[in-house]
Design a protein around this ligand. Sequence first.
Ligand code: UDP
Length: 245
Amino acid sequence: MSVNSKIYEGKAKILYKTENPEILLADFKDDATAFNAQKRGTIAGKGNINCSISSKLFQELEAQGIKTHFIDNPAPNQMRVRAVKILPIEVVVRNIAAGSLCKQTGLELGTILGQPLVEFYYKNDELGDPLLTRDRLLLLELATAEQVESITHLALQINELLGGFFQRCDLTLVDFKLEFGVDSQQQLLLADEISPDTCRLWDMASTDTNRRVMDKDRFRQDLGNVEDAYQEVLQRVLKAVENQK
Ligand code: UDP
């Protein structure tokens, strides 16, 4: 296999092999999709922005003892990552009701949850990424019981750390999605990305339900100023990282 050959192209990233089988290169794209890829578009600069935000957040989490796949950034829209086998599960953590939780339960948008909710969705486009019960997850052997326990614990810990970090950015972490993978030593690592594509972030300075939106919902709901919101999140993240040095 030649060096840097493409091994996978997803909706927002391309993954390349490197000369080291333990290391992959993730190339973040400007492409954006929503509603199981029924809505498609591009967000100018998103590749660079999401790669930078994700990298900073992975480094923050690593500093707090969370193991991630992040290695370094050879270019602004590129991340070298540890090669992992991604578990076919989307792990969603929610602090405030939004999106599919409102649609499926009737909870009003913005309802503050008494405690964070951890949910598992089946990463399967053909089935439309359905919500899983723990038993269905185990039935389908998408992860072991031990992995489910570790992931739940990690997801709650990451929620605490990210929630605190975003608070310092004057952003409310409403909900977010995580993906985990297993490396060649069977270590569980936080993988994929953490960005305005995968988090709902509300500007604390605004109570307006449209203006406060600083994430992909601007694209999903055609709220406009998508690039500006992503750029603003990056600037606040960089400032928060700088301030704690
Ligand atoms: N999410 C994601 N990828 C997905 C589905 C959801 O990154 O394929 C994120 C989404 O951005 C939000 C959280 O997970 O921050 C919860 O999403 P929800 O279940 O409400 O789905 P949505 O209505 O956004 O499709």
